[in-house]
Write a protein that binds this ligand. Structure first.
Ligand SMILES: *Cc1c(COP(=O)(O)O)cnc(C)c1O
Length: 344
């Protein structure tokens, strides 16, 4: 697949590390049937550029290049109050000399705190131009268009980036990740039996799947839903993967059965902590010195741990966990992940 024909800004100087996690794998095996569990590795997309980076960095390499090509002066995007996507979009805007505005959806009533910590603190530090707060369930596309129209009325030019940067163009970032991973596997002489990734607005899961299908990589991907159960999440991922392949001009139909997600780990609500997340965040911190986030990677890893404990991976199966970032929100949930603040 030829990604070089799409304009791209480069925000990370090289591939992200691909590392085994022997101490975590050993601790996990002790909790698995017969004391045997998967050999878990991690791809460190938490080390992507626009520090503290994450999966949105890869999508924005293509999206911001398109904004610049159109002559935009302002990036407009949307997310939740602790949105990593908004923070990384803002960092890209600053780096490119653009302005940036957000529409923030208050998904949990009262969840927006103008003096909040974590990503919210960084919105202000990095100099967001304006934030419009809307209630849960609002039409985010419409709200962003209103911001773009207001800018146009002032003679400015907005480029609107959808939530999570998850459209066909943003998904190319994870086709690039699939290609990078394929090359690393070749160089290290390793192969994976499965990849586990958090599945939210679907650009990461869908883009990676498109990259695997287009590159003829047979490794199955399991998405752990971070806001939806499979009946709602899988059609999103399927649509995204197909849109990415279509944009690339790859004449393939995404097989329905190639899209696999697992529910049950994101509850009680998107971004609201649960006990398995707390356990996963602590387990990775204390076995590997690896920091997960409470909203996405903590819940995705809780899903991986849960599958392993149920014996759902073959013994010795080599599983890759895609770490998608999210570090700043850890600081907004410090008491919860330490177990000092009781879960709701
Ligand atoms: C946005 C995000 C995800 C989910 O990725 P999607 O492409 O939206 O599915 C996972 N992890 C982190 C840290 C994120 O910020």
């Amino acid at each position: 697949m030829d990604l070089s024909r799409f304009p791209r800004r480069i925000y990370t100087p090289g591939p992200t590390p691909l590392e085994p996690m022997p101490r975590f794998s050993a601790a996990l095996a002790a909790q698995c049937p017969g004391g045997r569990g998967p050999e878990v590795w991690v791809k460190r997309d938490d080390l992507l550029g626009l520090f503290p980076g994450g999966n949105k960095t890869r999508k924005l390499e293509f999206l911001v290049a398109a904004a610049l090509a159109e002559g935009a002066d302002t990036l407009v995007t949307c997310g939740a109050p602790q949105s990593n996507h908004c923070r990384i979009t803002l960092a890209a805007a600053v780096k490119e000399g653009l302005k940036c505005r957000f529409v923030i959806e208050e998904r949990v009533a009262g969840g927006y705190d103008p003096k909040g910590n974590g990503n919210h603190f960084m919105f202000r530090l990095l100099g967001v131009e304006a934030i419009t707060v809307v209630p849960a369930g609002s039409d985010m596309g419409k709200a962003m268009k209103e911001v773009a129209d207001a800018l146009a009325a002032e003679g400015r030019k907005a480029y609107v980036i959808p939530g999570g940067g998850s459209n066909a163009l943003g998904g190319l970032g994870y086709v690039a990740c699939a290609q990078e991973l394929q090359q690393q596997c070749f160089e290290l002489g390793v192969s994976f039996d499965r990849v586990v990734v958090g599945s939210g607005s679907s650009g990461t899961h869908g883009g990676l799947l498109a990259g695997f299908l287009g590159g003829n990589v047979a490794t199955p991907i399991v998405g752990i839903g971070t806001s939806r159960d499979p009946a709602d999440q899988e059609p999103l991922v399927h649509r995204e993967a197909q849109a990415v392949l279509d944009l690339l001009g790859v004449r393939l139909t995404v097989p329905r059965e190639a899209v696999v997600t697992i529910g049950g780990w994101w509850q009680p609500k998107y971004s609201v902590p649960n006990a398995p997340m707390v356990e996963a965040v602590q387990m990775l911190a204390r076995s590997e010195g690896l920091l997960l986030d409470p909203v996405y990677t903590g819940k995705a890893m809780a899903g991986l741990i849960g599958l392993a404990r149920k014996g759902r991976f073959g013994a010795g199966e080599r599983v890759l966990f895609l770490h998608t970032g999210g570090l700043p929100s850890l600081f907004a949930y410090a008491g919860t992940v330490l177990g000092d603040t009781p879960l709701a």
